[in-house]
Design a binder for this molecule. Structure first.
Ligand SMILES: [Zn+2]
Length: 359
């Protein structure tokens, strides 16, 4: 182990308790949360049925749920009754489900290098409709969205998803599915060339990004879009922290991949935890890659910031899930997050519980 890495690991151990008490320990005297699960809350279930599901995952060693949709009171009540933390999982810049924005602010949506809005011509799939993080009214609007969620006493934290640009390059494992070869940034997948972005960049550098000799290789233009997302996250973190709640995000696997594929510079974000989606098959990688990718993220993050390895259950039969938990921990992850609860079989949970206990 290199000295720097060793110091970093020791530092993490020493800092762990203090950092985690910010919100990720489930109460006085209890162990910090190590494992999480994403939950699609929109499924038709009664409070008792949710409680039964949550009891099973708690028994397997999971301490918190990241829940999208569904009835907040029912879901949060069931989670808390089973001793789980309840975090609200939301779509952030992808607002395909936000009718109000679509009807009232079509100009807020990102624009491709070809001049097409994601509202009118979404790339790849119909729901790829993205807001532009450069625009101040967009930031103010999303700030209100997260503030309202965080203001609810039953919510322990806000978990951001889709806090990025549309994929300028898809993970390599998806190229075939979409019939694409994305060995460079193609104009129809390259965003945001909206008027506000063009004006802001021009006032800063003197150049309209559409007039750059090659926008795909211009460092300042690339950084401009990383910064837009980073500044938005900073404002959302302020709002959530103002409510004394925690904020985290699901992000692309490594800092390098995240910057290259979706313009996320997540190691710079002022979050309480990050959840890189280490979905190895999307990148044609092995289970062992989960550990090396986690280590890459940890090396880039401030030492006090926990990283939880996001695991894609459909790619992991039970024995491999247990292996993924081990390699993630060996890579330095504080724990794992499983996508998603309903994909977990009893055998998955049994193998997971054994691996989690031995960690
Ligand atoms: Zn824009």
């Amino acid at each position: 182990m290199k000295r720097r890495e060793f110091v970093r690991r020791v530092g993490r151990t020493a800092l762990g308790a203090g950092a985690l008490s910010l919100g990720f320990s489930a109460g006085c005297g209890r162990r910090p949360i190590r494992n999480w699960v994403w939950v699609h809350g929109g499924r038709e279930r009664s409070g008792d049925e949710w409680r039964l599901r949550f009891a099973k995952i708690r028994e397997a060693g999971i301490g918190a749920v990241l829940v999208s949709g569904g009835d907040l009171d029912t879901l949060a009540g069931a989670a808390h009754a089973e001793g789980l933390q309840f975090h609200r999982w939301i779509w952030t810049l992808n607002r395909s489900g936000d009718q109000w924005v679509k009807e009232n602010h079509p100009e807020w949506f990102t624009v491709s290098r070809n001049g097409d809005s994601t509202l009118e011509k979404p790339p790849y799939v119909g729901y790829y409709q993205w807001l532009c993080p450069t625009r101040r009214p967009v930031r103010a609007y999303l700030r209100r969205v997260v503030d309202e969620i965080a203001s609810d006493p039953s919510v322990d934290g806000v978990h951001l998803d889709y806090v990025r640009h549309s994929d300028v390059i898809l993970p390599i494992g998806l190229w075939e599915k979409y019939g694409l070869v994305q060995d460079r940034e193609h104009p129809e997948f390259d965003f945001c060339y909206c008027e506000v972005c063009r004006d802001t960049f021009r006032s800063r550098t003197g150049t309209d990004p559409l007039e750059l000799p090659d926008p795909t290789t211009d460092v300042a233009w690339r950084e401009f879009r990383w910064e837009g997302v980073t500044q938005l996250v900073g404002e959302l973190a302020d709002a959530v922290h103002g409510r004394n709640k925690t904020i985290s995000a699901a992000v692309f696997p490594t800092p390098t991949l995240a910057r290259t594929l979706v313009r996320q510079a997540w190691e710079q974000w002022p979050l309480d935890a990050v959840f890189p989606m280490l979905y190895h098959e999307f990148y044609r990688e092995s289970v062992a890659w989960i550990g090396s990718a986690a280590a890459e993220g940890i090396a880039a993050l401030p030492p006090s910031r926990p990283l939880y390895a996001g695991l894609f259950v459909p790619s992991l039969p039970p024995a491999e899930l247990a292996e993924a938990v081990r390699v993630a921990r060996d890579g330095g992850a504080a724990g794992v997050a499983l996508f998603e609860m309903d994909g977990l079989t009893d055998e998955h949970l049994a193998r997971f519980a054994a691996a989690a206990r031995n960690g």
